[in-house]
Design a protein around this ligand. Structure first.
Ligand code: NAD
Ligand code: DAU
Length: 359
């Protein structure tokens, strides 16, 4: 496979590249990322560029660039992680969520269709090159919020509540339309909340770990009783690999590990593991439109694709806390903004070298 991984400098995309290098190193990965505030190449600094991995700074909305990449690398698979991903930011400034998450996805779908269709000019043809696939990385948030009972299945109606989840649901629907109308071979995955190494510290778990280590207040929204279904990021990566290689074209797969926790429970656990004081816990004003509970029914992916998570939450959260404790410089660079200069420091000299050598 020649895989275009979009958003590979982000949390899950970066972990996916690392997972693939370990578990399926025979495939070529082209990591395309615009390096927004959430893109951090320092997370991948130990992965050398070679004939099986390269990084290209580009925006998925740049159709000419996506077209050129498909040609240059003979792309056979797309795993589309690239997105604006933070709910709180979508409440403050929704527009970028629509342009990146919806229009960006459509630009990629069009490019894939053009390159993979065997008769691109024939609008009635539904024939594609053998083995190609587009995988849209979506989220359980497209289903909206649950009450005390029940879980999201793949047939739960979409009912997104935030600008972020509405944009992700819109992208899911445009993907569905490309499968139905054009026969484009694709899958949509809808995963629950991820945690693990290299997550931007605006999200609950790394934010709480960092604040706890610094002795700062731990801001819990509302009553802290909102429930999320947590999955270690490496289990999300193995699930994506399962869908990419074994998923039936046109199908949606939910991904989750049956691990529901209230936010306050997670925060208390972090406080406990770090030996901090619960007096740091500070209840703050609730997030507008805050979804009360998410829970994934993972029957389809476990029974049809034989996927199962490897991590228990108890092991995963302790390892994750240790990772952030052992990578203080990574966190320091993210918080100081220094990580944003990494690309210039690492890549600008090689561009200069290439230019002077080619003269
Ligand atoms: P992230 O914010 O950490 O990373 C997103 C990456 O996309 C960044 O590297 C950013 O630079 C890049 N990007 C943003 N706009 C771009 C554009 N226009 N062109 C190219 N690159 C662009 O997000 P994440 O948490 O790693 O999430 C990745 C995907 O997984 C998202 O699509 C998200 O909706 C989905 N998801 C996340 C979770 C979770 O818990 N984090 C759970 C389920 C699904
Ligand atoms: O469910 C999957 C989704 O999980 C992904 O699609 C999103 O990209 C990802 O950001 C995540 O969304 P959440 O809104 O659930 O994650 P977040 O880490 O922002 O918040 C988790 C819970 O913790 C949520 O109920 C809000 C609460 N929270 C969050 C922060 C940042 C707090 O109480 N305090 C905080 O400071």
């Amino acid at each position: 496979m020649n895989i275009l991984v979009t958003g590979g400098a982000g949390f899950i995309g970066g972990n996916f590249i690392r997972w693939m290098r370990t578990h399926a190193p025979e495939h070529r990965i082209v990591n395309v990322d615009a390096l927004t505030y959430a893109g951090n190449l320092e997370s991948l600094r130990d992965i050398p560029e070679d004939d099986r991995y390269c990084f290209v700074r580009a925006d998925i909305r740049d159709r000419a660039k996506m077209d050129a990449l498909f040609t240059e690398y003979d792309i056979t698979h797309v795993v589309n992680f690239a997105a604006e991903s933070h709910v709180d930011r979508s409440i403050v400034d929704p527009e970028i969520f629509l342009t990146t998450n919806v229009v960006g996805t459509q630009a990629l779908l069009d490019t894939a269709k053009k390159h993979w269709k065997t008769a691109p000019e024939d609008k009635y043809s539904r024939e594609y090159r053998d083995g190609v696939k587009f995988l849209q990385v979506s989220t359980d948030e497209v289903y909206g919020a649950l009450g005390r009972e029940g879980k999201f299945t793949e047939t739960t109606p979409l009912s997104p509540n935030s600008p972020y989840s509405a944009a992700k649901a819109s992208a899911d629907l445009i993907c569905r339309a490309y499968a139905e109308t054009f026969g484009l071979p694709l899958n949509i995955t809808r995963c629950s909340n991820n945690y693990g190494p290299c997550q931007f510290p605006e999200k609950l778990i790394p934010l709480m770990i960092h604040n706890c280590m610094e002795g700062k207040p731990l801001p819990v929204y509302g009553d802290g009783m909102q429930i999320r279904d947590w999955l270690h990021v490496s289990d999300h990566c193995s699930a994506i690999h399962a869908v990419l290689t074994r998923g039936l074209a046109g199908e949606v797969y939910n991904i989750g590990g049956n691990n529901e926790r209230a936010n306050i429970e997670i925060v208390r656990q972090i406080v406990h593991v770090l030996g901090a004081s619960e007096s740091l816990i500070t209840y703050v004003k609730d997030r507008p439109g805050h979804d009360r509970r998410y829970a994934i029914d993972n029957t389809k992916i476990t029974t049809r694709l034989g996927w199962a998570p490897a991590y228990t939450f108890e092991r995963g959260i302790v390892e994750t806390i240790e990772w952030y404790r052992d990578h203080a410089t990574w966190m320091e660079h993210v918080l100081s903004g220094e990580y944003a200069d990494y690309y210039e420091r690492m890549y600008a000299p090689s561009f200069t070298r290439q230019t002077s050598e080619s003269r």
